[in-house]
Structure formats: C-alpha cells, structure tokens
Design a protein around this ligand. Structure first.
Ligand SMILES: Cc1cc2nc3c(=O)[nH]c(=O)nc-3n(C[C@H](O)[C@H](O)[C@H](O)COP(=O)(O)O)c2cc1C
Length: 189
C-alpha cells in the first residue's frame, strides 16, 4: 500500500482545507496508508539557517520539534499532499515554515542537491482562495511545489480553487470536488 502524507496549512478547523483533508483522506482510506500533519496545530519552528544539516549525508535537522520528527515520514512516503489557504497571493506562513525546514534535505555537494533517499515522489498541491485570480496563484503555487524537489518530490500536480471565501464552500463546487478526485486518482496511480 502506498504511504501518503497530507500536510494541511490552514488554521480554520471548519474551513476549506480541513474539508478537503477529510474528503481526500476518506477517498484514500483502504487504498493507501494516510498520515495527516496539520501544520497549524504542530510545533514547526522556523529554519535556523544554521547549516548543521549541511554537514550530513542524510536528511537532518538540529531542532527538536514536530517537523524533525516527521523527516523520516517525508523521506519514505510515496506521495505528499499540501493543502491550505492562499494568504496574500501565496502559501500561508505555516506552509512557508514547513517548506523552509525541508532545507534539511538539501546537500550542495550532490548534483541534484538532495539527500532524500527517494527522488521519485509525487506531490499534490491544492490551495483555496477567497477571491482570486486563481491562475496567478496557481503559477505561484507551482513555483513553490518545485522547491520540494530537494526533499524528493519531483512529480507534481497543482490546483487552486478561487472564490471560496466561505468556510467549507469548496465542497459545494462540483469542479473543485472533481479536482480533488483527480488528484487522489493520480496519487494512487
Ligand atoms: C491573512 C489572509 C490573507 C488572505 N489573502 C488572500 C489573497 O491574497 N487572495 C485571496 O483570494 N484570498 C485570500 N484570503 C482568503 C482565503 O484564501 C480563503 O478564505 C480560503 O478559502 C481560506 O481557506 P481555509 O478555509 O482552508 O483556511 C486570505 C485570508 C487571510 C486570513
């Protein structure tokens, strides 16, 4: 069974990202081993930029927090799903902190810059935006997803649902639900 990690960057428990997390986890249930990691509820500190990880030959972080504890799961999973709101046209700060901490996988001595034990992992990014423009946010999201290549996620799919300012409303739009369904199918393929 595939191991899939769902990372949720929203602070709104009754919001869109949590609704998507529940929906996708249910769809994956029985078909994949799912681990959820709600960044806003975890102790994920800022990257210290101390470069302690740069002396290593495997993913490493000197900090003792929930991100460091998750490193083996990030490294060994088959796929990761990133869910969250758009905040000021980009990832919310919680997801930015999470992305920064994947610096712990980076190794400048290697041609592909990565200490990840697997470099063929899938990454699905699905953001919710109160208004839009969704195509502009999608381009920004794709740039952010590319940064996860250092942690071994080299194959990605991105989607942004615009016009979902009302908490939970993403699930009322058939196209947005289909985008989640398509992502689940792609993750399992
Ligand atoms: C601090 C903050 C910044 C936001 N910035 C944007 C933005 O730039 N563009 C946009 O369309 N919506 C913006 N929103 C609205 C959220 O993206 C929207 O409500 C989203 O559906 C929330 O997702 P969630 O319920 O999963 O947290 C912002 C909301 C907050 C709280």
């Amino acid at each position: 069974m595939k191991k899939i990690l769902i990372v949720n960057g929203s602070k709104r428990k009754k919001g869109n990202s949590y609704a998507l997390e529940k929906y996708m986890a249910e769809k994956l249930s029985g078909k994949a081993e799912v681990v959820t990691f709600d960044v806003g509820e975890k102790d994920v500190r800022f990257c210290l930029a101390c470069d302690a990880c740069k002396k290593k030959e495997e993913p490493f972080c000197i900090q003792k927090d929930d991100f460091t504890a998750l490193i083996p799961t990030i490294d060994k999973c088959d796929a990761m799903v990133i869910l969250g709101p758009v905040h000021w046209s980009r990832f919310p700060a919680q997801l930015r902190a999470f992305l920064d901490r994947t610096y712990s996988f980076m190794n400048f001595r290697r041609p592909d810059l990565s200490m990840a034990s697997r470099k063929d992992k899938k990454l699905a990014g699905y953001l919710c935006a109160g208004v839009g423009p969704a195509p502009v946010y999608l381009a920004a999201l794709e740039e952010d997803l590319k940064c996860f290549a250092a942690s071994g996620f080299t194959d990605y799919k991105a989607f942004v649902a615009g016009g979902v300012g009302v908490p939970g409303s993403v699930m009322e739009n058939a196209d947005y639900v289909k985008a989640a369904d398509d992502m689940v199918d792609w993750l399992l393929a």
